[in-house]
Design a protein around this ligand. Structure first.
Ligand SMILES: N[C@@H](CCC(=O)N[C@@H](CS)C(=O)NCC(=O)O)C(=O)O
Length: 307
């Protein structure tokens, strides 16, 4: 049963209907928006994440209010957001004044609370397979963070000494389960060492190769012919890796075909791509230029695989 989190924020108890705290370019939030779209719950107004103005407190039935938390402006590392999500990450969902954290738990909650397609199979074997693939995707979240921070975000995402101190102080109010403090401290002061990057890139390559093999029996989705939470988690990882310059079509062709099937779904276009086009274009252009110069992620991967 998904956990209901006690919120320290004064805002959350005032929110009626569905409100999503998210960022358009963040894979962890894209998963949840995709599921909302598949369940035909429509994106309503876009408001400031901490807005309590009249008219922003109640979402109409069948819609959700978008409360964008800019990761670029580091709004997630603000005192107000830390009261909503003590780990200072997106997404967080509020429904009728209750707070749900963790994208996996949020999707499970949406499955129980709303109609439309279910993302967790009822068959016990398929359910177990789905949850195992989701867990694996979660474990590799750190690998994706290392790889994408080194190749697409670079210095842009580094924190100043003042920002690091602020983050440390805010984290004292929570558990820092997402390890932001240690990650940003190491990243902002030393960058990501080549060896660490290589290890994480190879881990991702290994996992994607296994998924590619799974699809060899002609199944449409990762656990069979039904779209599950496993597909949702892995599709957003692929989107991020492709943006970063990973040539999925070349290294894992069956997985690329699977990704394209998901990419073409109206909910993916509407909820994942529509407002992410600019960032997607920026990352992909950067990766394309790097590739032309013989730099970037793909030559690095090929070099590692040949070694
Ligand atoms: N386990 C969490 C992970 C959430 C997470 O790490 N979110 C990232 C975006 S994908 C984030 O907000 N990062 C903030 C940052 O790096 O500053 C979930 O699945 O909800």
């Amino acid at each position: 049963m998904p956990q209901i989190n006690d919120s320290k924020s004064e805002i959350v108890p005032r929110l009626q209907g569905l409100h999503l705290f998210h960022f358009d370019g963040a894979p962890c939030a894209q998963r949840v928006r995709f599921v909302l779209g598949e369940k035909n719950l429509q994106r309503g107004r876009d408001v400031k994440f901490d807005s309590v103005s009249p008219g922003t407190l109640a979402a109409a039935t069948g819609t959700w209010i978008s409360r964008s938390v800019s990761l670029i402006k580091k709004q997630n590392m603000s005192a107000e957001y830390a009261r909503i999500h003590p780990d200072m990450v997106v997404p967080a969902l509020a429904h009728d004044g209750r707070l749900y954290l963790e994208s996996m738990d949020i999707i499970e909650y949406l499955d129980q609370a709303f109609g439309g397609p279910s993302f967790i199979p009822s068959d016990p074997g398929k359910r177990q397979e789905t949850l195992a693939l989701v867990e694996q995707a979660k474990e590799l979240h750190l690998s994706l963070r290392y790889v994408s921070f080194r190749w697409s975000l670079g210095r842009l995402a580094m924190l100043s000494a003042k920002e690091q101190a602020n983050l440390k102080q805010l984290a004292q109010g929570g558990n820092d389960r997402e390890n932001l403090v240690a990650f940003y401290e190491a990243f902002s002061n030393k960058g990501i060492p080549q060896q660490v990057f290589d290890e994480h890139l190879l881990e991702l390559h290994k996992a994607l190769s296994v998924l590619n093999q799974k699809l060899g029996d002609g199944r449409n989705y990762l656990t069979g012919d039904i779209l599950t939470m496993a597909d949702v988690f892995w599709a957003m990882k692929l989107l991020r890796l492709i943006e970063t310059g990973y040539l999925v079509s070349e290294h894992h062709p069956l997985l690329f075909a699977w990704y394209e099937r998901i990419y073409r779904r109206p909910a993916f276009q509407q909820e994942v791509m529509l407002r992410n086009r600019l960032l997607n274009w920026v990352w992909r252009s950067k990766a394309a230029v790097e590739r032309m110069l013989g730099l970037g992620l793909d030559p690095a991967l090929k070099h590692l695989l040949a070694a």
